[in-house]
Design a protein around this ligand. Structure first.
Ligand SMILES: [Zn+2]
Length: 334
């Protein structure tokens, strides 16, 4: 991680002793920003390299990458992108049992380092287990240049670790869900580090991109230690997945989980004002208006979020409508 490290990509990869043809998996904008430079580096070193450019996040794209990888007999995959291309490279590499390297071009969510991939399908999102990356090449010069809202989304995704860990402990106490104190402490410390630096996280500052990316990497490590997304994904994520279903494409993942975190921290009886203030300082949304989602949709997502997957959280068997309205209005989300 650092300024200009993209130019050291091939060196970093050579330390991994991977064999065979690298397949660069990218999407149009990240390809212009970084993908083509990575390909040129391989070629300069006399390494034959293949590229596949995907346009949308879907299972069809994962399938296409798998087909291309088999056609060219790829030795490993190199995901270059904001999230979409990396998620797809990660899922494809898991399927074909090849390693993968992550080159994020935006610090928008912790998927850039985690062992989970998620793609939308019909009106829902599927999150599946995948291999974590063998290496991450994070060039802060490129990351600082990404649209600012993507970075604030990454920040909010990290701040949500607070409530994710609370849900994990609750599930451990009530349902005997496997828990790792080490992983939980790392996830919380990561959120703490970000909140402590919230004042210095500002658009255009490369230092900010560095702080956020470092936090995303630690968050991914916490998930790898836990062997699940528990340390970084609780009820606030269920709420966000449900919003994706009801109001697809309305807001960024990180922004949705941030707002979800304000509400679930309130449900835990914790310092929800602290979460709200940290989000506001960074410039992430703290209300339904900020997400450009109406109050009715927020209430619907809150009352149905517990159904989305078998993950025990503070939502328990679900909130009723009156309780959801109460929680959302008390926290000024609606
Ligand atoms: Zn997330």
């Amino acid at each position: 991680m650092g300024h200009g490290v993209l130019s050291e990509t091939v060196d970093a990869i050579s330390e991994l002793h991977l064999h065979g043809v690298p397949l660069v998996v990218t999407s149009p904008t990240p390809n212009d920003v970084a993908g083509k430079r990575v390909v040129a580096q391989f070629e300069e070193e006399g390494i034959a390299v293949e590229t596949v450019v995907i346009k949308e996040a879907s299972f069809a794209s994962v399938q296409r990458v798998i087909e291309v990888a088999r056609e060219v007999d790829a030795g490993y995959l190199v995901g270059v992108g904001g999230g979409k291309a990396i998620d797809i490279a990660k899922m494809a590499s898991d399927e074909i049992k090849r390693g993968f390297v992550s080159i994020p071009t935006a610090a928008s969510h912790d998927g850039i380092v985690s062992g989970r991939g998620s793609v939308p399908e019909k009106n829902t999102r599927h999150s599946v287990a995948a291999e974590p990356p063998l290496a991450v090449v994070a060039d802060t010069e490129i990351l600082a240049d990404a649209p600012w809202r993507l970075t604030t989304a990454g920040c909010a995704d990290i701040i949500s670790n607070y409530t994710a860990v609370k849900d994990w402990r609750l599930a451990n106490r009530l349902q005997n869900v496997e828990y790792s104190g080490y992983s939980a402490a790392l996830a919380e410390m990561t959120a703490e580090m970000l909140v402590d630096n919230a004042e210095s996280i500002k658009p255009g500052l490369e230092e900010s991109a560095w702080v956020v990316t470092k936090a995303l990497v630690s968050s991914g490590v916490a998930m790898s230690i836990a062997g699940s997304s528990r340390p970084a994904s609780g009820a606030e994520h269920l709420f966000s997945h449900q919003l994706d279903r009801i109001a697809p494409g309305a807001a960024l993942h990180g922004h949705q989980v941030g707002v979800g975190s304000i509400i679930t921290e309130y449900l835990h009886g914790g310092n929800w004002q602290g979460i709200r203030d940290a989000l506001a300082t960074i410039g992430a949304p703290t209300t339904a208006d900020g997400l450009e989602i109406d109050g009715k949709t927020v209430v619907e997502a809150l009352t149905t979020a517990h159904e989305i997957r078998d993950r025990y959280t503070i939502l328990g068997n679900g909130m009723n409508e009156a309780a959801a309205i109460e929680a959302a209005t008390t926290t000024n989300v609606i």
